[in-house]
Design a protein around this ligand. Sequence first.
Ligand code: PLP
Length: 457
Amino acid sequence: MNIKNIANVDNETAKYIKLETERQKNMLEMIPSENYASKAVLEAVGSVLANKYSEGYPRKRYYQGNKYIDEIELIAIERAKKLFKVPYVNVQPYSGSPANAEIYLALMKPGDTLMGLTLSYGGHLTHGSPVSMSGAVYKGVLYDFGEKGKIDFDELEKLALKVKPKIIVASTTAYPRIVDFAKFAKVADKVGAYLLADISHIVGLVIGGCHPDPVPYAHVIMTTTHKTLRGPRGAMIMVTQKGLKKDPDLADKIDKWVFPGLQGGPHDHVTAGIAVCLKEAGTVAFKRYVKQVVANCKVLASELTYYGFDLVSGGTDNHLILIDTHNKGINGRLMAIGLEEAGIILNRNWVPKDEAPPFFPNGIRLGTSALTSRGMREKEMKKVAAWIHKAVEAMKTLEFDYKTWVDIAYGQKKDPQKRKRLDSTFYNLISICPDIKKTAQEIKNFCKRYPVPGIDF
Ligand SMILES: Cc1ncc(COP(=O)(O)O)c(C=O)c1O
C-alpha cells in the first residue's frame, strides 16, 4: 500500500506500518484466524467512507447524507443473502465478539443458559466462558468432547435436557474437524433451544463447499469477515428461514440489539470492504482457493505427523491444525516464541485436558489460509513442515531446562519473577541459535517468491 501521505504527516506511525508490511512479507503467517485481504478490500477500508456517520439502517438513518452509504450497505446485504441463501443479514457488527453479544441480547434474558464448547476443546471465549460477558451475564454451560475426542451427541442431549439452554452454540475456534450441524440441530430442536452456528473460522470453507452448510439447521448464523472469508475486520449476523419460522420477529430483534442496543454508527468503510469481499467470495477463483486451503492443510498435517508432532484428533478436515506439544518437551508458549524467531507465526493454544493455565498452554495452533492466499500449494507445505521440524529440533538443543521452566511458570515452584528471568534467557538463546537464524533467512528468501495480496512487492 502507498503510505506516502502518512509518512508526510506522521513519520513515527509510517515507520511501523512499513516494518509491519515487511514482517507480513517476510514471514510465514500461519495463525488460522488471520488472512490477507485483497487490495480491493484494503482500498475500501481506507476510503473516505470512514468519514461518515450513519446510525440506523438503509433508508432509516438518523443522519443526513447517507444516499450512497445506503446503497453500499444494501449491496453488502444482498450479496450475503445470495451467497448464503438466507432471508436476513445484518452487516453492521463491529466484530465477532460484539456480534455474538448482540445475538445473546436479542434471544436471552440475563441469567438464561447458553451451551457452548469449552475453550480447551476448541471453543471460543464468547460461547459462555466465565471470563467473557457471555458467561458473566448468562449462565454458560460448557460441553467438551469426552474420551473419544469427538462430541458425544447422546451426552450433549442429556446435558441439554438437564440445563434447558436458550441457545446452543455450534462453533469452534481451534478444532480441526467438521462441525456436524445436523446433529446439533437435533439436540437443539428437541430441547426447544435456538441453534447458533458461529462459522467465523470456517465461513470460506462453507461457501466453497468444503464444509457442511449450517443454513438448513441453524436459526442464527454469525461469522467474522476477516478469517477464511478474506475480508475486512468485521462480522455479519444472518437469520435463516428456520430461524424466522421459530420466531418471525427474530430479524427485528437482532437489528435492534445491534443498533441501538450495543453499537452506535456502523463502520461504513468496513461495510464497503464486506461488500467487496463478498463479491470476491462468489467467484470460481475463491472456491478454488478454499479447496487449496484444505488440501494444503492435509499435506501439512501428514508431514508434521511424519516429523513426530502430536496432532489433536490425529489430523485435519479443515484449514487448521492443533498440535499438542507435550511429546516435544517444549511448552506451547516457548515453542511459538521460538518459531517466531525462525520466521513462522502461529499462536499458542490450549489442548484437550491441558493441565496448564491459558497463558502457558501445551499446544500450538496453525493453519494454511494466509499461505494459500500467497499462492502456496502442497509442495510448499512440505517445506513449511520441514522448517517447523528443524526449528523445534534446534530449540531442543538449546541449553535451556524446559522442565524447570514449567515448574516455575505454573508448577510446584511457581515464581513469576523467576519465570520472567528464565524467559529472558530463552529469548537470548533463541536469538543467537544458528539453526534458527538460518531457517529465518531461508524463509525470508522463500517468501520473496510468493507475493502478499494487498502489498506491493
Ligand atoms: C468462532 C469465533 N467466534 C467469535 C470470534 C470473535 O471474533 P473477534 O475477534 O472479531 O471479536 C472468534 C475470533 O477468533 C472466533 O474464532
